[in-house]
Every structure is written in C-alpha cells, then in structure tokens.
Design a protein around this ligand. Structure first.
Ligand SMILES: Cc1cc2ncn([C@H]3O[C@H](COP(=O)(O)O)[C@@H](O)[C@H]3O)c2cc1C
Ligand SMILES: O=C(O)c1cccnc1
Length: 343
C-alpha cells in the first residue's frame, strides 16, 4: 500500500464517522504527505518578515510608515497581536527585519536596505537586494527546521504592503486593479483606494518590459517582505516541510513561490480568507479552492494572525488523529451497520 493510501486508511479508521473532521483531516493528511511520514506532534515555528515600502510616498495609506518599526518592536516585546497569539498558544516566533526604515534592526537582523524604492519612480529593489531578501527567508526556514520545527507559518509587517502585493497580483494576472485592490489597514477611505489603484496601474505599466517572470515582478513592484516570504516557502518545499499561508500578502507570495517551483503547492496549507478583495484571486492562481480554506472570520490584519489560528487547529487535529481510539477498538460486533432492506 502506498503512503497516501495508508494515511487515508489510518484517518478513516478513527472512532468517528468517516470524513467528519472535514477540511481539517484533509489538511492533516497534507501535512503527513509533506513530511513523507506520520509524526506524532506538530512542532510549529512562526516567522514574521518586516520591511518598509517606498511606495508609501504616494499617499496610498493613511498611516505613518513609522508604524512598521514601532509594531515590529511591539512584536519582539510580546505586545503585538501576533505575539499575543503565539504566546497564548506557546508557539515560538521570530521577527526578521528584512528592510525596516530604521537605523537599528528589530529582531533578527537581515536588513537588506532601509525600505524599498518608490516603484512609481524606479524598481523597488535591484537584483542583489531581491536575492538577499529571498535568501533571508530561505535561511530562517532552514534554521527553524534544523532546530526541529516541522510546521512553519509566516506573517509580514510593513505599512504599504497591500499596495505592493496588489501590484504583484495585478502584474501576475492582468486582473484590473478594481478587483485586486482593497482598503488594507486603512479605514474605508474611497479616495485612498482610488489613488492606490491608479498608482498600481501606473507602476505596473512603467515596469512592464522589465517584468518577465515572478522574480522580476517582486523586484520591480513588490517588497522585501514578499521576497522573503517567497524564499521561505521555496525552502519549505526543498526541506519537505509544510507551511501555513496567512492572508492576502502571504497568498500573493505563495503564488510567486508556486510558479517558481510547482512543488511548493504540495506544502502550502491555507488558513483564512482575508477581507482583501484580491485574496480569492491569489488563492485561485495558487490552485487553492476557496472551499478548502477553513477560517472565514472577516480578518484583515496580517502579521500571520490567520495562519497562527490555523496552526492551533492543526495541532489539535493532528494530535487527535494520532491518539484517538479506533473503530476496530469497538470490537467486531460494533461496526457500521447496513440499514434493513425495507421499512
Ligand atoms: C497598527 C497596525 C498594525 C498592523 N499589523 C499588521 N498590519 C498590516 O497592515 C499593513 C498593510 O496595510 P497597508 O497596505 O494599508 O499599510 C501591514 O503592515 C500589515 O501587516 C498593521 C497595520 C497597522 C496600521
Ligand atoms: O490579508 C492580509 O494579509 C492583510 C490585510 C490587510 C492588512 N494587512 C494584511
């Protein structure tokens, strides 16, 4: 019997109605297949990649860019939403500064530059910077796996990164900005959204000739956080390590990673449907059906908050799959019965 059939038989043999854990048992199966074996426990690690985005100069957000630095510091201090989520669930996490606009680094120092460039004027980053950010993501995953973690989840922090990720999605798919641009962290200000759409359309148009593949797209209109997320997901695939996808920004990075290496699709697990309108299109491009996404909580926070909630659920369900009683424990006489022939 091949391993996938063995896992099916194992899950079907639990003392419960068949398939009654729905999507959760599907995703636990995906974890086992990613590992290539059944491990008794999920040992998670959460990585947050933080960076600033030069495009904020164009008035695409109604928050000051300094929030990236301040909130990354909150994360390290255990005071941000994601750090509370992690601490409450005893899940280790790390904040990785891949390009915050500050003198000092916050958390793990992999600062590529003090923010990207404004992509309306020039490419957000050069090739060397793109590679540094991508490698930072890869290296953080490698270290976590070497330390014994067997499930990764990722988040990001960077004011303006719903603009960069919408730009990447627009460039990847050709979908009109009206469909892929949302409010991000801002209050529902229509002027800002209209401006954001215009900036994205112009920026992508400007770099059209230079954007021949996913790497070029991230380099021209993306961000260091997106590059690092993409590298992290590529490394997970190389190391047979499943990972949980968060909201819109992470889903856009996932599409890029899956296009750079299709094997990534065997390792990425969806968590929640972000409120950002581009979320469903990013998932579709990544070959994930919206029906496969377990959490619909109308969240739009980032930091990896949706992914972390999913990690908690996966931990619970995988423990149960490994420890629950079996149908066979009921004994030969207590099994599913066929209904009588006629009423
Ligand atoms: C206080 C605060 C904390 C956050 N934590 C995550 N984000 C989220 O919002 C940002 C993206 O939205 P936009 O593209 O509109 O800037 C990212 O930093 C994301 O992680 C935050 C945003 C704010 C304001
Ligand atoms: O879905 C996300 O990743 C998201 C949405 C809004 C703000 N920050 C992140």
């Amino acid at each position: 019997m091949d391993f996938a059939a063995y896992v099916d038989e194992w899950i079907d043999g639990m003392a419960k109605p068949p398939a009654s854990l729905g999507l959760m048992e599907q995703h636990v199966k995906k974890i086992f297949l990613a590992w290539g074996k059944m491990q008794p426990e999920i040992k998670p690690h959460h990585l947050v990649f933080a960076a600033d985005n030069g495009i904020v100069e164009e008035g695409v957000v109604n928050y000051p860019a300094e929030i990236t630095y301040l909130q990354a510091k909150n994360m390290v201090a255990g005071k941000a939403t994601i750090s509370c989520f992690c601490l409450c669930n005893q899940i280790p996490y790390q904040v990785v500064d891949v390009g915050i606009k500050s003198e000092d680094a916050v958390g793990t120092d992999r600062k590529v530059a003090k923010g990207t460039k404004n992509f309306l004027k020039e490419a957000a980053m050069n090739e060397a910077e793109y590679n540094m950010a991508l490698q930072a993501g890869r290296e953080m995953v490698r270290l976590a796996v070497e330390a014994g973690h067997n499930l990764l989840s990722f988040g990001e922090m960077g004011i303006g990164n719903t603009t960069t990720s919408s730009a990447v999605l627009h460039a990847l798919s050709g979908m009109r900005p009206e469909f892929v641009v949302g409010y991000g962290a801002g209050c529902h200000n229509k002027d800002i959204v209209n401006r954001k759409r215009l900036v994205i359309a112009r920026g992508v148009e400007k770099h059209k000739a230079a954007m021949k593949n996913e790497a070029d797209i991230i380099r021209c209109v993306g961000g260091f956080d997106i590059a690092a997320l993409c590298g992290a997901m590529l490394e997970c695939a190389d190391l047979n390590t499943p990972f949980v996808i968060d909201g819109f920004i992470a889903a856009v990075a996932y599409v890029c990673a899956a296009r750079l290496n299709q094997a990534v699709e065997r390792f990425g697990i969806p968590s929640h449907l972000s409120r950002e309108p581009g979320m469903i299109y990013a998932l579709m491009l990544g070959n994930i059906l919206t029906d496969e996404v377990p959490i619909r909580a109308n969240m739009a926070l980032g930091e990896g908050t949706g992914a972390l909630l999913m990690v908690g659920m996966l931990k619970t369900v995988l423990y149960t799959v490994m420890h629950a009683a079996r149908m066979s424990d009921f004994g030969a006489t207590v099994q599913a019965v066929s209904p009588p022939v006629a009423l």
